[in-house]
Design a protein around this ligand. Sequence first.
Ligand code: NDP
Length: 445
Amino acid sequence: MDGRAFKTISPATEEVLAEVTEAGPADVDRAVSAARQAYEHTWSRLPGAERAKYLFRIARIVQERARELAVLESLDNGKPIRESRDVDIPLVAAHFFYHAGWADKLEYAGYGPVPRPLGVAGQVIPWNFPLLMLAWKIAPALACGNTVVLKPAETTPLTALAFAEICQQADLPPGVVNIVTGAGETGRALVTHPGIDKVAFTGSTEVGKEIARACAPSRKKLTLELGGKAANIVFEDAPVDQAVEGIVNGIFFNQGHVCCAGSRLLVQESVYAEVLAALRRRLETLRLGDPLDKNTDVGAINSAAQLAKIRELSEVGEAEGAQRWSPPCELPVKGFWFPPTVFTGVSQAHRIAREEIFGPVLSVLTFRTPAEAVEKANNTPYGLSAGVWTEKGSLILWMASRLRAGVVWANTFNKFDPASPFGGYKESGYGREGGRHGLEAYLDV
Ligand code: NDP
């Protein structure tokens, strides 16, 4: 060990939860060597059916330890236990089950009769869905026969460390999964390491671009899942109450710390007043507070830095002339908190309509025709997701074929499934995760 350590705190109380090792270049080097050894001598030589057994075992252990993992995730991240218990952890198990199913069927995936793994994958993940992002990265890599070195985010390392324990519990051969904890420097040491064959990154567009530049002169295969500024589009024939639930889920789920969050609401002008009134009524019922209380809807902001960014952009929104509204809501004294916030009177030029706020802040715009909705929705450097609310199936198809977004949800939002590929257009990144398409990122094709 290089010997340094950092503290990880509960964003809800600012209490120190644990001290965690900060991996330096020598640690990263050791982890990459361990992954290489395991790749050459063990993992890539195992038949797919044998690799599948380990993945099934990991999935089962995640299910068995689901409560513990959900509590740990909510403590370290600040997200409501209802979400970590009902969304994050079940999806983690689902990803391992799904990819266990692929491990012995790769020759049927459409990538040739004997698709080969790439080698050692260096993976860097963010803090918004710590264990779920780990599962998105590790499950397909292992299923395809690669070994991995993964760095969790500095503010949320605990479930990744619990996962390392789960790998031991599953008797996974040593070196197949390596977790290195640390901050951005550790991530940089990992993605620039010459012993890595593939880099997978989820996080900000800024860091994604830096990684793309660092990988460009090498032969490393790269996938990037970056930011978003999704449009959630409500047409006049949409059932209002259902759409309001989708709007709330789209932007207030996980405090809006979601790359595919529906952070721009586009409402057809004829139903604007009705939708806004219903949305405000609904927001008055949201409960903000203790992430470990199962009645909590909105938890803590993940870090002081993220809170400062949300505050700053919200102030910019007001200064640019948009109207700010939040339901009456008492914020806890300790910890990092921001109330659910809605901006109306937003124009496309406003920064709050263009930049990823990554918090519980919704910008509302209007449109008159489907063509105008498409134009506004696509008027962004991002292209990760979009939502369409209408009773007309033909309109859904018309919109979906014109929206430049990797995922288009119809009459729902933020629905995830391991069988469904996820990824972006434009500055939201490249490559897909999940489904048959996601395997391509970990195969030499
Ligand atoms: P980052 O992109 O900085 O962090 C993502 C991961 O990359 C973390 O593990 C981070 O480590 C690591 N990292 C940071 N710098 C480097 C580097 N140079 N080389 C390799 N790895 C690196 O996101 P932030 O947490 O700083 O959030 C900033 C903004 O990014 C947010 O406000 C939000 O707008 C956006 N974001 C988007 C996400 C998405 O899924 N689309 C996810 C997270 C953030 P460490 O955490 O230790 O710094």
